[in-house]
Each structure stands twice: as C-alpha cells, then as structure tokens.
Design a protein around this ligand. Structure first.
Ligand code: NAD
Ligand code: IPM
Ligand code: MN
Length: 356
C-alpha cells in the first residue's frame, strides 16, 4: 500500500470551522491513504493564550507534512488581523509558496450571473504572485494622530519573484488543458504599468523575456482595470492570467462571482517540490458563521485540488464529479440556489463519493 500522505488541517475562524470539517469528511470518504493532523490556530487560540502560530510551526509543517488544508483566518475580535498575518501570510511567505493558483471554472450555467454563458465559456486560471508586492509589510507611519500624519506602504517586486510566477503561468498554460480537453494557448499579464512605471515596468520586461521562450503561447497584456471589464464582458477570451499579489486578490473575488460566488472558489498556494497549502478563496464570513448556511463546495473543491497535487488524481476526480452532479441537481446551499445546509450539502457529496 502507498505511504500515507500527511495533511495538516487548520480550520481557522468563522465559517472555516464549519466548511473544513466537511471537506475533511469528503476526503476521508475517498479512502485515500491520508493521515490528518488538526491544528487549532486562529482567533480563539490567539485570544486565549496569545499564540498565533508556535515558533517552529513553518519548519515543522515543511518537514512533517505533505500538504496543508486551511479554512479562513479573520475575526472581528482581532481588529489588527495580526493572527491572519502571522498564520496565513506566514505560511505563504515563510514557506515561500510563491504561486497562488486560483482556477476559475463555471460548473453550471445557472450559477453564472452573466447572460448566455455556458460552462465551457468560463474556464481560466489566475496565477497570483504570493510572496511580494504590497503584502510584504514594509512601510510605516509618521506623525500618526496629528494633522500632518503620513502613511507609507511599499510595493516590493523582485526580478526573481516576478520571473518565477510568470514562468509558472506559461508552464501552467502548456501543461493544463481546459476541462473540455481543448488546449490553453494564451497567457495574459495584468498590471498598471501606465502608472506604476518602476514596479510594473519590471513586470513588463520580465514578461517579454519569458514569453519569448514560449513561442507557441500567445502573450497578452492588459491593464488590470481593463481586465476587470473583460472578465465580465468576455470570459471566453481568457486562458491563463498572471498578476501581482494585490491585483490577484481583487480579481479572484470578481472571478469567484463568475463561478457562482465565493462559496464555489478553490485555491492552492504552491511551491513545486515543497509542502504546499490549499484554502478556499473566501474568508471567515463572520455574519453567516455558526448558522450551517456556508457553502462547503469551495473547501471541498480545494481539498480535491490538494489531492490532485499529491498525485491522488483519481480521488480528486471523484470529488469534482460529485460537486458537479450536486450543482446540476441543486443539492446545494442557498447562496447557489439550493435549500440544503452546510452539513447536508456535504453529506450528499460524501454519499456520492462513497458510491463511486
Ligand atoms: P468573506 O469572503 O468572508 O465574505 C464575503 C461575502 O461572501 C459575504 O457576503 C459572505 O457571507 C460571502 N461568503 C463567503 N464565503 C461564503 C461561503 N462559503 N458560503 C456562502 N457565502 C459566503 O470576505 P470578508 O467579509 O471581506 O472578510 C471576512 C473576514 O475574512 C475578514 O477578517 C477577512 O480579512 C478574512 N478573510 C480571510 C481569508 C482567508 O483566510 N483566506 C480570505 C478573505 C477574507
Ligand atoms: C485571500 C485573502 C487574504 C489576501 C487576506 C485574508 C490576507 O483575501 O486569500 O484572498 O488578501 O490574500
Ligand atoms: Mn481575497
């Protein structure tokens, strides 16, 4: 029997506490050889003992685990959001998970807010740079609390960081066909190089250099504002998008809307060859937490993405098929038109996966 893959599970805050246990039940239903270890990192733990993540957590995760499954971090009782910075951004930065891979796939036409759009029309991937940009926490305040106060937040872009995510995007384009089997042949880089001439001038130069190595792939560019328009007006035109950390964050909430909402969107934080982390795109959604109404499908699809990454692709496909069938039969939560609760929607998936 294959060696068990070790998964660290961090449900986190709010609806993370509801959707991740369901995603865990789904992966257990596949009977994949896994060993799951739960960690209680999140607001509750931080408020109790002041610990966001233990000191050696990131080296421990990299050493002892094959992957990490995270729910969401964020709680109104921690207004500084320090625990999210240290847990979530800590994993992304300190484990150097440079590629935030956010697939955008419409499972059923009924889920898309756009008119006359079929599932095959929305099937693209956003590659978000995940270790730099304005997220690096470089900056400061001066004369805070006075009428003369100044706030500076730096946008850090390195050649190494920009180059590796752009290359990842071209490799992703080359290696991952669309769900209908047709090849992807376009990589679109989005920036604001018309304004951020230094930082995004670097993105422009590196994009030109790397794209020259992939003559069979069409290299396209759009300013990120124009891309937002394009995502709504003609999502069919998109194959692979690559962009910086903050723009990637923003456009993937918009992209989630094309798939039926934040409850449907999955993501992976990947460094090839290293322990990678998988999380739904949504946050902790405090207003709906604890009500058994959060959509668990984003987490369940995220778990499938994690299994696929670990080489358990048959198990991943079984989960994806179950979610597709649940959506077709409206065995879903209210946000995507169904009448089921979080647990009941997951139960339907578990039953389907158990039978396939
Ligand atoms: P959010 O994603 O939590 O919620 C945005 C909207 O989407 C809300 O209307 C919410 O009800 C809805 N929604 C989100 N997930 C849903 C689901 N699974 N099913 C049904 N509806 C869902 O974003 P927010 O309100 O901006 O942020 C709330 C908290 O989460 C903040 O503390 C924020 O920093 C944090 N956050 C964390 C992550 C993460 O850990 N990866 C991601 C985004 C936001
Ligand atoms: C996301 C979230 C995070 C981000 C927050 C919670 C730090 O919005 O993963 O999309 O901005 O990256
Ligand atoms: Mn976000």
């Amino acid at each position: 029997m294959a060696a068990k893959k070790r998964i660290a599970v961090v449900p986190g805050d709010g609806i993370g506490q509801e959707v991740i246990p369901q995603a865990v039940r789904v992966i257990e239903a596949t009977r994949a050889p896994l060993e799951l270890v739960h960690f209680d990192w999140g607001a509750e733990r931080y408020l109790r003992d002041g610990v966001t993540v233990p000191a050696d957590a990131f080296s421990m995760l990299g050493r002892d685990f094959d992957a990490i499954l995270v729910g969401a971090i964020g709680d109104p009782r921690v207004p500084s959001n320090i625990h999210a910075k240290e847990i979530l951004l800590g994993m992304r930065f300190k484990m150097d998970l440079y590629a935030n891979v956010r697939p955008v796939r419409l499972l059923d036409a009924s889920l898309c807010p756009l008119k006359n759009v079929e599932p095959r029309d929305v099937d693209f991937v956003v590659l978000r740079e995940n270790t730099e940009g304005v997220y690096v926490d470089v900056g400061g305040c001066f004369k805070q609390g006075t009428p003369d106060e100044v706030a500076v937040q730096e946008d850090v872009n390195t050649r190494k960081g920009v180059e590796r995510i752009i290359r990842y995007a071209f490799e992703c384009c080359k290696n991952h066909a669309k769900v209908d089997g047709s090849p992807r042949n376009r990589v679109l880089m989005a920036d604001k190089s018309n304004v951020m001439t230094y930082a995004h001038g670097l993105w422009q130069r590196v994009f030109r250099e790397v794209s020259a190595e992939y003559p069979q792939i069409q290299a396209q560019h759009m300013y990120v504002d124009a891309l937002c328009l394009q995502m709504v007006r003609d999502p069919r035109s998109l194959d692979v998008i690559v962009t910086n950390n903050m723009f990637g964050d923003i456009i993937t909430d918009l992209a989630a809307a094309l798939q039926g909402g934040l409850g449907m969107a999955a993501s992976g934080n990947i460094h090839p060859g290293k322990t990678s982390m998988f999380e739904p795109v949504h946050g902790s959604a405090p207003p709906i937490a604890g009500k058994n109404i959060a959509n668990p499908f984003g987490s369940i699809l995220t778990a499938a993405m994690m299994l696929d990454h670990l080489g358990l692709s048959a198990e991943a496909v079984r989960i994806e098929k179950a979610v597709l069938e649940a959506v077709r039969q409206t065995k879903t939560t209210q946000d995507v038109g169904g009448a089921l609760g979080t647990r009941e929607a997951a139960e339907w998936i578990i039953d389907f996966v158990g039978r396939t």
